[in-house]
Design a protein around this ligand. Sequence first.
Ligand SMILES: NC(=O)c1ccc[n+]([C@@H]2O[C@H](COP(=O)([O-])OP(=O)(O)OC[C@H]3O[C@@H](n4cnc5c(N)ncnc54)[C@H](OP(=O)(O)O)[C@@H]3O)[C@@H](O)[C@H]2O)c1
Length: 406
Amino acid sequence: MMSFVRYLLCNRKVFCICKSQCANALISSHGSHRRLFSTTSSRMTVMPAWVIDQYGGNDVLRFTKNASFPVINYPNEVIVKVFAAGLNPLDVSMRGGYGAATLSMKRDPLNIKQSGNEFPLILGRDVSGVIMECGLDVKYFTERDEVWAAIPPWKQGSLAEFVVLSANEVSHKPKTLSHTEAAAIPYVAATAWSALVNTGGLTKDNCAKKRILILGGSGGVGTFAIQMVKAWGAHVTVTCSQNAERFVKGLGADHVVDYTAGPVEEPLSALEKFDLILDNVGGDTERWALNLLKPWSGAKYITLVTPFLQNTDMLGIADGMMQTAATMTTKAVKHLMKGVHYRWGFFAPSGPALDEIREMVDAGQIRAVVEETFSFSQVPEAFEKLEKGHARGKTVVQISKPGDEL
Ligand SMILES: NC(=O)c1ccc[n+]([C@@H]2O[C@H](COP(=O)([O-])OP(=O)(O)OC[C@H]3O[C@@H](n4cnc5c(N)ncnc54)[C@H](OP(=O)(O)O)[C@@H]3O)[C@@H](O)[C@H]2O)c1
């Protein structure tokens, strides 16, 4: 229902001047549109942020008070004042240059700019905060709305005081969560939603009694996925290390298998077969996991661990994409002949999906799992923590707090 309301509002083309009541108005132009947007101060051309100027280890993280203030370039964009930022394993990988080839192409499709133009790069894929400014076509949000979003990896991230996003990527934040809690959910939720709903075909109406296996259930994506499919009535089996067993059971897992106790495929193959497997682990799981699916029944294996970005980093965009397509097709066809579906899952930014997830959160069906909270000055420590692995939820950085001047 929320998605339908959003669709109507987003698709109504209404021309008006900016609704902002902030003090100073600047003139900007995009294509043939001329518009007004506002800042709180004439000095607001820069902002504090953690940036990287090259790829590498934790030492490349640099705090600056002079990062470029984000600008609305398209009429459907909003500027969000960041209260809390969530970190994901992807941030550590991106700090080291993972995905640089594909993400650079996405930022600069015509390859007009010099190489390295992504720097200074701001990491951080989750945001919870308030809308500071709306583009001309934005009807679904207004200034000071409390929002949350998952930020696509090709955009500047949330380890900064402000971030610019498309309104389609943003959603009103759950009322029952603080900003710190809310920042733990969007990126893993959008990834799980894309994999389970868009790729896996699950809905709240077809999940009841389905048997779902989540490989690697104790991390960010797994903890969200368990709660989501449990809320929809599925039977959920999870693999994780033994010390995470109580934790995942507390999130609703019906059956837990400890992968540290020996080859996990043995206890799993003794169980009734599954309708869907979500693989957060990768590696050699593909060798045995598809045998655990019910054949010839539409059952699906969806892995989030794909070679796509690695291929384009190593082989370049064209060859990397061809290699990826060939691998994907070969595996899909091979498994289709055995009566099961093999799929890759990818993060997809989606405000409408977050609208639905907000309803589940506010209904008490999904809770935020924050493992540790860091202050804005502790971002390097937060990365160190993430790098050590063994997550039991999300790492969140508090950037500023409600009540701070907009
Ligand atoms: N394709 C995409 O667009 C996309 C988007 C997001 C994430 N991902 C990928 O999805 C995966 C999960 O992401 P995440 O954010 O949830 O990572 P995470 O928070 O690091 O969680 C991974 C979990 O896997 C568990 N684990 C490790 N080895 C295992 C094994 N052999 N069997 C079972 N569990 C194992 C770990 O649990 P223990 O501590 O109990 O060992 C850890 O909690 C990552 O590989 C990530 O790169 C892909």
